[in-house]
Design a protein around this ligand. Structure first.
Ligand code: HEC
Ligand code: HEC
Length: 516
């Protein structure tokens, strides 16, 4: 483990990676790119897939992975599911409604992704006829959503008052939520595993990922996650993956790097620029590397504290892939490239008045991340997406930006045109004391987020921001698939934070996001 750890770290932190990369690319050039015959048998060192906006690519730093033996691709449970069932290389290691629909059509709805346990809107749904299956798997087919059922922690400081779930999963002890499969690629940049961080939390016997324990914590969290995923999604009996298989899964998934590589308007994203997965695989990273929240709020990390080398060094220039394209000359392709460069610039500099975001603007001093809170923080996209060229949080920072707020009547903030009417509505009220009755301090949400991990009312709806790479290949966006396109995600921000973006700004931002 230790030598594996050190190996990964040296790759992540970067000094040796250019050398490693050269050899990987020589192998790639030597003809190990997947062919029609071997496409399903190997994950080659370098693999390209077409996607709606061009093409995405994955670098596999393992060299060549044999999918007939690697446990990521094996049936380790009881329902035919494998990791790859929901984490497909062609979908930037997530799954997309379009390809799920194809699998439904090809298998009559019997492909292993269609299993009642969490593929259906509720396990009780009938699945014996084709029409029933179409109904039962409707959220999977339309939005690529998997049902995540999580028990309310016994020590929760809130009570679940009511659940409206049109699909029937109305239990108030185990809460059903619907989430997108996060990509199993670019994982070395993670500061929290799962949307709610539950696989990086003492509450599940896993470890919070901080500067001092990274990457050991990340690797052990991912090993634990692979076991939970098999028991949960694949209805395994807990004996597999064995510790050795867990190690193989983690070893495999932590050496994948995925990004868009070709844009249908701008062409090759490496041409005079730094798009594609190869530069990403050599991108230095450590926890809190560029944490803006640290910088702006010194009280963020409490005494007893941790070394935080990112302190004071925050730059809002998160992405520097396409700056050279700002000067591209005058044809259609150059116009597309200039738009992308402008979008990158907007991502880095656009001023965003951040308010109403639980995790930044609230007062959760008692054990919370932000002591005091600030009513409005003048930030940028990078305040929350601060990891250079990766775009997730470089420090565990669960936030509630309102993507899970329920349908219009109950909205606490403006949803920015996102329709979440297909999701359940969950109302919870803070308890008077740990055992006392519920107060009338209540919240209604479609996803309890971190509050189901640690039982804290203050953490309702808080989730992590995912890595912003390989986006074009894995629509729809946000944890609940509520933004069908990147333009819809941009529109959400425009309205949610009163940005008053021009059409050109919106187009530039969306064009940029599509190249990540
Ligand atoms: C039925 C579909 C399904 C299967 C099968 C599945 N996953 Fe997932 N995976 C998901 C969903 C959905 C999430 C996000 C859930 C959440 O955050 O609550 C996820 C999240 C993850 C993450 C977290 C990534 C991050 O950014 O935090 C990892 C790692 C992962 N899965 C690995 C695996 C492995 C390894 C296996 C096989 C042992 C596996 N998955 C099997 C659906 C699946
Ligand atoms: C206040 C913090 C914050 C700011 C500011 C912010 N984001 Fe986010 N972003 C998040 C969080 C949290 C999520 C996860 C939301 C979810 O999944 O529901 C997210 C998710 C996303 C996603 C979806 C990724 C995916 O895999 O589904 C995109 C795209 C995105 N942000 C782009 C941007 C852009 C562009 C800006 C600037 C205009 C921006 N964000 C500003 C916190 C923020």
């Amino acid at each position: 483990m230790r030598s594996f750890t050190n190996k990964v770290r040296s790759k992540i932190v970067g000094k040796k990676s250019p050398v490693i990369l050269v050899s990987v690319f020589l192998l790639g050039a030597g003809g190990l790119i997947a062919t029609a015959e071997n496409a399903n048998r190997i994950v080659p060192p370098f693999q390209i897939f077409a996607d709606p906006d061009g093409a995405l690519a994955t670098v596999n730093l393992n060299g060549l992975t044999d999918t007939t033996t690697n446990p990521f691709f094996q049936d380790l449970g009881s329902n035919g599911r494998r990791c790859v069932t929901c984490h497909q290389p062609s979908d930037a290691w997530s799954v997309t409604p379009q390809h799920i629909e194809e699998r439904f059509a090809a298998s009559n709805g019997m492909d292993p992704i269609f299993r009642p346990v969490d593929g259906a809107t509720c396990p009780s749904a009938g699945v014996s006829t084709f029409e029933e299956r179409r109904q039962a798997y409707s959220l999977l087919l339309s939005k690529g959503l998997i049902r995540i059922g999580i028990a309310v922690p016994p020590n929760a400081d809130y009570q679940v008052i009511s659940i409206y779930n049109r699909y029937g999963c109305n239990a108030t002890d185990v809460i059903s939520m619907y989430r997108r499969p996060l990509p199993t690629t670019n994982l070395p940049f993670l500061s929290a595993v799962m949307f709610d961080g539950r696989e990086s939390s003492p509450a599940t016997g896993t470890t919070k990922i901080v500067y001092n324990n990274y990457p050991t914590s990340l690797l052990s969290d991912l090993a634990h996650q692979s076991l939970d995923a098999t028991v949960g999604h694949a209805q395994g009996d807990g004996t597999r993956p064995t510790p050795e298989e867990q190690q193989q899964i983690v070893d495999f998934e932590t050496k994948l790097f995925t990004a868009q590589i070709h844009d249908r308007f701008a062409g090759d994203l490496r041409d005079g620029a730094k798009g594609g997965p190869a530069p990403l695989s050599a991108q230095p990273f450590f926890i809190s590397l560029n944490s803006s929240v640290h910088f702006l709020l010194p009280a963020f990390e409490q005494p007893g504290g941790l070394v935080t080398p990112g302190d004071g060094q925050f730059t809002s220039n998160i992405f520097n892939l396409y700056n050279k394209w700002a000067q591209a000359s005058n044809d259609d392709q150059s116009a597309a490239r200039r738009s992308i460069a402008r979008g990158e610039q907007l991502f880095n500099t656009l001023q965003i008045p951040i308010s109403g975001v639980a995790g930044i603007n609230d007062d959760v001093a008692a054990g919370g991340l932000v002591a005091g809170g600030i009513p409005t923080l003048q930030g940028t996209c990078g305040t929350c997406h601060d990891t250079p060229n990766a775009g997730n949080h470089s420090f565990p920072t669960p936030l509630n930006i309102g993507t899970g707020d329920p349908s219009p009547a109950n909205r606490s903030v403006n949803l920015g045109g996102l329709d979440v009417s297909y999701l359940p509505e969950i109302t919870v009220c803070r308890k008077d004391a740990t055992t006392g009755p519920a107060t009338n301090n209540c919240k209604t949400t479609t996803d309890l987020g971190q509050a189901l991990v640690d039982g804290r009312f203050d953490h309702v709806g808080k989730i992590k921001g995912p890595i912003l790479r390989g986006l074009a290949g894995r629509a729809p966006y946000f944890h609940n698939g509520s933004a069908s396109t990147l333009m819809e995600a941009v529109n959400f921000y425009d309205i949610r934070f009163n940005l008053h973006l021009s059409d050109r700004d919106k187009n530039d931002l969306a064009a940029f996001l599509r190249t990540l």
